[in-house]
Structures are given as structure tokens and as C-alpha cells.
Design a protein around this ligand. Structure first.
Ligand code: C2E
Ligand code: MG
Ligand code: MG
Length: 751
């Protein structure tokens, strides 16, 4: 097929050359009429041939019929003017020529249509501006000439007018379509559009020719335009459509053609003021500018919507749909800006800083999609406990913030408690249900801070205290949390540790089988001259931060071992438990210092149990596993503290060489509430598991006789809790010489 078309192109070039070299008024009928007609008929036949064998045949068919119709027109003209006769006006040929236009319109619309569902109103309007501008320009030349030349019968005028109108419309569709189709245009489209441009030029020169004002160039163009256009259209139907990759974003539609269209429209109207232009061109130019106006209005509206969408996106967290950190700062900044106004001074604001517990474990154990799902559920669950005027935002990761206007910290604390209760309810995911829980810090403005950053910091500090302390909700306290105070507190803590001013309290553990006192847990306290007795969870994080954990543990260990030796000397055969932190386990000299302390007081390693919390173990499992093995080899006891407080994975338990399992207080809390049967089964199974792994099982937080009896009945080995005794200084603990009667409180037993 390539060869055939190359041959046709060669013929065309030869014809073109012959037109150039021969004198303008010399015509070779056999070539100009019959030759051109045959050439066009052949090209049209090739086009229709393609249509028959094409899967998508409508467009090739329309194009083929169109150019065939024109070709027949040319052949009819050749026949009519054969033998020197001049054809009638309008002639039969006009009928065929005009048949060209509607079929090509249909083809152009079909070719453009597939892009239209991907384009918006603005692209449509761009196409309209470009097309109308082109039509206006075309009308400007064509109609001017024709109006000056036409005359005769109504059909003659109508026929003569039909061509410029047809061409104008054709040009409008071609230019408009080129403006609408995004990105690189297909070669097919470019050939067709090019062919149409050529016919427009040719027809314009034809008009000049029929009005008698022709030139040599005009004659050449008039002669070559149609065969050339027909050949191009015929070639176009053989072109493959451009394969666009779905991965490559198509470029937006260019602005050149609509811009030129608008410019043409404007120029025509301006030109019309000095030199009268045909009303058709003025009408089209006016329509072009109206389309420009509508395009601008649509753009401005689109821009407004876009700005609003972008603004919303900028302050929205994509995952949860809640406001994001930027939104939090927007709201806080607006509050503090308002607050500068004396009239709003009495409108307080509370900031609740919420940090989820165990979120990392959920991500690690069940995958990020589980974590994401938990976060997605947060919004609806938490907002149900808030007023419509309260704002809930996701600050980042597993941290949220709630802003409550016109409230005092008491109300804020109530809300926080409600949120905690809600977050403690399980989150039901696709195939599992997980528990998270949370810690909340509360700061109030303007009492605690007078700018956004400071307020957030206050709430964050309080949250940190809530995280490590016994209560999940903490209000910001300047005396503890304030940065300045914090530094001072660190200094004081250093002095207290190094000066030996901390206190070690002991809490007894009772053997649930024999009823004897069998162990003591050493719990550190800081008697502070100003702040009173500070509980460990409030100052241990401070010691961690200040790198004081080694000294702190060494101090507690020394006191505990010393006290244990004293009890043993007095024939109280108790073991002593000391809590150790992750920092201690990282210290390579830790086990030696433990052994040295035992040696100093002539105590067997078995009398000491080191408690490591489950959370510490999970955080750095491999290290903890090795250290636990080392400590056990030295003969020391190792206890897994607060077991069951976090997201527990039983899988790891079997590989740890620990000697004791301390059930977290939350086990007991769950026994008292909720589905008791199931929870009891859970505790029973955990105890059995501990025993299977050769661990003794200790229950913490026994606060009443009922719990004590229950745990004894299900095989728990030891019990510790306020019911037996609160932690006290060794001197204040009155120890019974013999077996305790079941259900006897230690302090009352002795009193
Ligand atoms: P833990 O090791 O789980 O200690 C038990 C905590 O529960 C103690 O809190 C104790 O006072 C409290 N408790 C005991 N019986 C009951 C009860 O019946 N009901 C309730 N509600 N609570 C009870 P404490 O002394 O405030 O210690 C808190 C945590 O601080 C300890 O939890 C331990 O993880 C840590 N800790 C304490 N002393 C030290 C230490 O010397 N070194 C290290 N690294 N951590 C320590
Ligand atoms: Mg402990
Ligand atoms: Mg514990």
C-alpha cells in the first residue's frame, strides 16, 4: 500500500510541477479534468477499501464517501465541460461537491468525540473559541469576495454561499478539534486537519478565480489543493491511532489555538471599525469573544473551587479525614489572635493531647493496614463523645488533639476520661479485634500558655506524664512539667540519687499455697523537699533522660540486697525483686555489678529476682532474650513484669528463660468487669502456660479478699497488692513470724 501511495504522491508532485511551469492561462484538459478526476477517484477507492477491511469502519467510511463525492463532482464537471461546453450554474457537480461537507463533519465529530468525555467544559470552550475564530477569519476573506461577485438566481447565490459556509464550518471543526484533543495529536488527525486547511485555502483561491481576480499562484493552489487534500485524507485512514500509555499523564490542552482564535475574533472586530467586514465574519467574531467570556467565567469559577479544594486538602489528614497538624495550628493561632482582644479574654480553651498506647505493636504484629484501619475508626468513635463545636485533629502518627472552647480543665478531664473509656473498647478490624487504649495530657489557655506552640508543648508534657504514670489522664502542672522546673528537677534528682536520698519501699508477696510471706518487691520513691513523695513513674523517665538510670538501679539494688540479707539473718526467708529498665540491660557490666552487690552481702543469687517489663522485652526482644539467659545462668531469678498489659504475643514467651511471670493488674480489673467467664478462662490459661514454661506466676494488684481467693483457687502461686500490704519502708513493715491465715491483711495481722 505504501508503494501505491508513493506512486500517487509522485504523480501529484509531477502535476504540481507542471502547473508551475506552464503559463497561467494554459490548461491541459485531459490532465486538469480527466486526469485529476481519475486520480481522486482512485484515492477515494483506496480509502473505501480500507473502510471495508477496518474494524472501526465508520470514520474511514465517512471520509471515503466524502472524498468520493467530491471526486465524482470533479469528474462530472470534466464530462460537462468536455468538448468545450461550459457547465450550467449550479451544475450537477455542485451537488456532489457539497455532498463532501456533511460526511466529513460526521467523521470529524466522531474523531473528536472520544476525547470529549475526558475533557471538561473549559476544553470544549477552548475548542469553540479556536473554531469560531478560524471560521470568522475564513468568513472574512471568503464572504467578502463572494458577496462582491455573486449574482444571478437564488439557487446560484445559495450554491455559491454554500461553499464558504461549508469551508468555514469545516475549518471550525478542524481547528476546534485540534484545540480540544490533548497532548500529542495523532498523525491521522493531523493529516485530516491539514487536508481541510488545504481545501480552505484552495477554495478561497477558487473564489478569487471565479471573481476574476486570479493570479498565477492562485491558479496553482486552486488546481493542486483538492487532489492533495483527497490524497492526504485517503492516507490518513490507513494510519494507526496513537497508542497512549495509561501510565503517562496526558499533557493538558495547549492554549495556542484558542489564543489565536480569540485574537482573530478581536482583530476582526477592531478592523471592522475602520474597514467594513462582512456581517457573517463580524457575527462569528462576536461569537468567538462571547465564547472567550464564558471560558473566562468558567475558569474563574473553576479556580475558586480548586482553591477551596486545595485549602481543604492542606488542612485535612488524608487517612482519617480529620483535620491535620496545620489545621490545629490554624485554630490555635486564631484563638490566640482573638485572645489579644480584651473582650474575649474570659473565653478559655482546653487542648487534649491524645497518644494511643500499643499502636506500634499493632502495626508490627498485624501490619500497617490494621494500624490504618484503627486510625480510620478513631474519628467517628471519638467525635460521638464531643460537642459539635469541639475540634478533633490528627497531629501525626498515633497522636490526636481535641480542642474544647469555653471550658475549664475539670470538664476537659471528664471528656478525656470518656475518650479513654471509648478507646479502651476493642477495635474490630476485618478478621481480628485489637485493643489500644490511650494517654491524654490536658493544657488550658490562657492559663498554661499564651501561644500555640507553648500550649501544645504543655499538653504534650502532661501527656508524657500520663503515658508513664498510673493515670491515663494528666493535667499540665507547671511545677512538674515546666521546662525550667524540669531542668531544676533533673539537678535535684541527680543530687538525690548520688547523695542516697531516695527511698526504697518494699511490698510483700504471699505464697498462695502455704500462706507464708515469700517475696518482697523493692519500689523506689523520691522524698522531695517541696513536692512530697514522688512516685517512681513520675521521675524514672527523668532519670532515663538524664542518664541516671545506672546509678538509680545500683542504689535500689544495693538497698534491696542489703535488706534481704537482713531479713534472712532474722530468719525471714524471703526473696527480693528489683525492677530493671531497658537502659540497665544495655549496660554490659550490669550482671557483674549485680553479682558484686550479692557478694558484698553474702547473698545467694537465687534470693534476687530482676523484674523486666513485658513492654521492654517486646521493644528489644533479641537483646532481652540474651541478657535473660545470662542472668539465669548466673543463678538469678528473672520475672516478666506487667505481663498482659500490652499487646501480648504468646509466641515469644516459650523462648525466654525467665523464672517468673507477673500478671499485670489489668488482668484482675478485667476479671471484675466484662465477660467474667471468658476472662477467668484467660487468666487460668495464662497461669497454666506459665507453669508449663516452668515459671512461677505472681498476681499483682490484689486489692480485696475475693480476688485473693479467686487467684488461689485457680492455681496462681504468689499474690501482691494493697490488700496484703501497700509498699512501705522496711522498718515500717511488720512481718509475721509464721503462716498468715488466708484472708488476713498483713498490717492487721501484726497489729
Ligand atoms: P511495678 O513493678 O508493676 O510495681 C507495682 C506497682 O503497682 C507499684 O507502683 C505498686 O505500688 C503498685 N501496686 C501494688 N499493689 C497495688 C494494688 O493493689 N493496687 C494498685 N492500684 N496498685 C498497686 P509504684 O511503686 O508506683 O511503681 C510503679 C512502677 O514503677 C513499677 O511498676 C515499676 O515498673 C516502676 N518502678 C518502681 N521502682 C522502680 C525501680 O527501682 N527501678 C525501675 N526501673 N522501675 C521502678
Ligand atoms: Mg515490678
Ligand atoms: Mg508490675
Amino acid at each position: 500500500m505504501l508503494g501505491i501511495y508513493a506512486g500517487l504522491a509522485g504523480l501529484l508532485v509531477a502535476y504540481f510541477v507542471s502547473l508551475i511551469v506552464r503559463p497561467p492561462d494554459q490548461s491541459v484538459r485531459i490532465v486538469d479534468s480527466w486526469g485529476v478526476g481519475a486520480f481522486e477517484l482512485f484515492a477515494s477507492a483506496l480509502c473505501l477499501f480500507r473502510a471495508v477491511y477496518s474494524r472501526r469502519r465508520v470514520v474511514p467510511l465517512m471520509l471515503g464517501i466524502g472524498i468520493l463525492s467530491w471526486s465524482i463532482g470533479d469528474t462530472v464537471l470534466a464530462a460537462e465541460s468536455a468538448g468545450g461546453g461550459s457547465p450550467s450554474v449550479p451544475s450537477l457537480a455542485d451537488l456532489f461537491w457539497l455532498g463532501f461537507y456533511p460526511t466529513i463533519y460526521v467523521a470529524l465529530v466522531l474523531l473528536t468525540r472520544k476525547h470529549l468525555n475526558r475533557t471538561g467544559a473549559t476544553t470544549w470552550l477552548d475548542g469553540a473559541v479556536a473554531g469560531l475564530g478560524a471560521a470568522a477569519l475564513c468568513a472574512c476573506f471568503a464572504f467578502n469576495t463572494i458577496l462582491h461577485s455573486v449574482g444571478g438566481s437564488a439557487t446560484t447565490v445559495a450554491t455559491d454561499l454554500a461553499y464558504p459556509i461549508g469551508d468555514g464550518l469545516l475549518l471550525m471543526l478542524a481547528v476546534g478539534g485540534t484545540a480540544i484533543i490533548p497532548g500529542r495529536k495523532s498523525p491521522q488527525w493531523m493529516l485530516i486537519a491539514g487536508a481541510i486547511a488545504i481545501t480552505a485555502i484552495g477554495d478561497t483561491f477558487n473564489l478569487f478565480a471565479s471573481s476574476g481576480s486570479t493570479s498565477h499562484l492562485g491558479a496553482i493552489l486552486n488546481g493542486i489543493a483538492w487532489p492533495c487534500a483527497i490524497l492526504l485524507i485517503s492516507i490518513a485512514v490507513w494510519m494507526r491511532p496513537l497508542q497512549s500509555s495509561p501510565l503517562v499523564q496526558s499533557r493538558t490542552v495547549g492554549f495556542l489555538l484558542p489564543g489565536l482564535g480569540a485574537l482573530a475574533g478581536l482583530s476582526i472586530l477592531v478592523f471592522d471599525t475602520v474597514h467594513q467586514v462582512t456581517p457573517v465574519a463580524v457575527g462569528l467574531a462576536t461569537a468567538t469573544l462571547i465564547a472567550v467570556g464564558i471560558r473566562l467565567a468558567v475558569s474563574v469559577r473553576g479556580l475558586r473551587i480548586l482553591t477551596e479544594t486545595r485549602r481543604r486538602q492542606a488542612i485535612t489528614d488524608e487517612l482519617t479525614g480529620l483535620g491535620n497538624r496545620r489545621q490545629l495550628f490554624n485554630l490555635l493561632d486564631a484563638f490566640f489572635a482573638d485572645h489579644a482582644d480584651p473582650e474575649t479574654v474570659d473565653r478559655p480553651l482546653s487542648l487534649l493531647y491524645v497518644d494511643l498506647d500499643h499502636f506500634k505493636e499493632i502495626n508490627d504484629s498485624f501490619g500497617h493496614s490494621a494500624g490504618d484501619e484503627v486510625l480510620r475508626q478513631l474519628g467517628p468513635r471519638l467525635t460521638s463523645h464531643l460537642r459539635a463545636t469541639d475540634a478533633l485533629v490528627r497531629v501525626g502518627g498515633d497522636e490526636l488533639a481535641v480542642l474544647i472552647m469555653d471550658t475549664d480543665s475539670t470538664y476537659a478531664a471528664t471528656v478525656a476520661e470518656r475518650l479513654i473509656a471509648e478507646l479502651e473498647q476493642p477495635f474490630v478490624l476485618d478478621t481480628l479485634s485489637v485493643r489500644v487504649g490511650a494517654s491524654i495530657g490536658i493544657a488550658s489557655a490562657p492559663t498554661d500558655a499564651t501561644d500555640s506552640t507553648a500550649l501544645l508543648r504543655c499538653a504534650d508534657l502532661a501527656m508524657y506524664r500520663a503515658k508513664v504514670g498510673p493515670s491515663p489522664v494528666e493535667l499540665y502542672r507547671r511545677d512538674i512539667d515546666d521546662d525550667g522546673n524540669r531542668l531544676r528537677l533533673v539537678d535535684e534528682l541527680r543530687d538525690a540519687i548520688l547523695g542516697g536520698h531516695l527511698e526504697v519501699h518494699f511490698q510483700p508477696q504471699v505464697d498462695l499455697v502455704t500462706g507464708t510471706l515469700s517475696a518482697m518487691e523493692a519500689l523506689v520513691r523520691w522524698p522531695h523537699p517541696r513536692l512530697g513523695l514522688i512516685p517512681p513513674l513520675e521521675f524514672i523517665p527523668l532519670a532515663e533522660e538524664a542518664g541516671l538510670m545506672q546509678s538509680l538501679t545500683a542504689f535500689v539494688l544495693e538497698r534491696a540486697v542489703e535488706q534481704c540479707a537482713a531479713w534472712r539473718a532474722a530468719r525471714q526467708m524471703v526473696t527480693v525483686s528489683v525492677n530493671v529498665s531497658a537502659t540497665n540491660l544495655l549496660d554490659s557490666g550490669f550482671s557483674q555489678s549485680v553479682m558484686a552487690a550479692l557478694a558484698r552481702h553474702d547473698l545467694a543469687p537465687a534470693s534476687l529476682i530482676l523484674e523486666i517489663t513485658e513492654t521492654t522485652i517486646i521493644r528489644d526482644f533479641d537483646l532481652c532474650k540474651i541478657v535473660i539467659e545470662q542472668l539465669r545462668k548466673l543463678g538469678l531469678g528473672v520475672s516478666i513484669d506487667d505481663f498482659g498489659a500490652g499487646v501480648t504475643s504468646l509466641a515469644y514467651l516459650g523462648s525466654l528463660a525467665a523464672s517468673e511471670l507477673k500478671l499485670d493488674r489489668s488482668f484482675l480489673t478485667r476479671l471484675a468487669t466484662g465477660d467474667t467467664e471468658r476472662n477467668l478462662a484467660l487468666v487460668r490459661a495464662t497461669i497454666a502456660l506459665g507453669h508449663k514454661l516452668n515459671m512461677r506466676v505472681v498476681a499483682e494488684g490484689i486489692e480485696d479478699l475475693e480476688a485473693l481467693n479467686l487467684l488461689a483457687s485457680i492455681g496462681c502461686d504468689l499474690a501482691q497488692g494493697y490488700f496484703i500490704s501497700e509498699p512501705m519502708l522496711a522498718a515500717d513493715l511488720a512481718l509475721p513470724a509464721a503462716r498468715l491465715e488466708p484472708g488476713t491483711r498483713l498490717d492487721t495481722a501484726v497489729a
